[in-house]
Design a protein around this ligand. Sequence first.
Ligand code: SAM
Length: 268
Amino acid sequence: MLDRPSWAPKHIDLDKPSSARIYNYLLGGACNAASDRAVARELLAITPEIRDMARVNRAFLRRVVPFLVHSGVRQFLDIGSGIPNVGNVHDVAQQLDPECRVVYVDNDPIAIAHSELLIQGNERAGTVTADFRDPDSILRSPTVTGLLDFDEPVAILLILMLHYVSDSDGPGRLLAHYRDALPSGSYIALTHPTRVDFEGFDKVFSIAQSTVDDITVRSYDEIVALTDGFELVEPGVVFVPQWRPESPLDVGEYPEKSIVYGAVARKT
Ligand SMILES: C[S@@+](CC[C@H](N)C(=O)[O-])C[C@H]1O[C@@H](n2cnc3c(N)ncnc32)[C@H](O)[C@@H]1O
């Protein structure tokens, strides 16, 4: 593993852990630095299940994309897309229909540099380095306006991202801004950590808080409220392993151990 990869922009301080790279480490990826691995190992020492949390979250994404394609969506705006891993949105969507168009957005330039490498030569995929909290920088970016047609349904994917948006940022107001830009028949899909009663939970979140970014854990009701103005698709807001599992193995014995709720909702 390289701690100063050639593609890592010089101004990026690899000594400062990044949520994208810690997550990449938890998923078994190679795009992480010593600082990221130190935090990840600290978290794993408290709760080895955190690796499963990352895995079942990705599995949710891999089930949601086909659901959306089968529901008529051909355009995806993946905000907080992270460092690519197995089953990226364009891989899954374009396998089902090569016409699908996908834009990856992240505020971490390293995550975007990796996505860029992956989509090279793919005319129906693009990237934008931007922040969810500045919707116009995303919705009006030339990549988004060039690839996505907002007269046709678009799915906005917010997978393990909204917990980096604090209450003072106004997540409801921001989501309303995105919702207003979407035609009916569009969707949002989100996953979001919640507080569950297991040993080590508080420690895990205080480590994540103090070393990486501010994290806001939200309750079931708060997560339901994030889908305001959309209609929740069955089974509603559930722990990610419980969202339309393909086999009992997807659900496992204790789905709440995933600590992450998932939901898909439609703009009517
Ligand atoms: C835990 S990773 C999830 C990656 C991917 N969505 C997945 O589930 O596999 C969170 C990602 O959100 C990005 N992120 C955090 N806050 C963001 C913001 N305000 N705007 C855009 N991206 C953000 C991070 O850089 C990171 O890549």
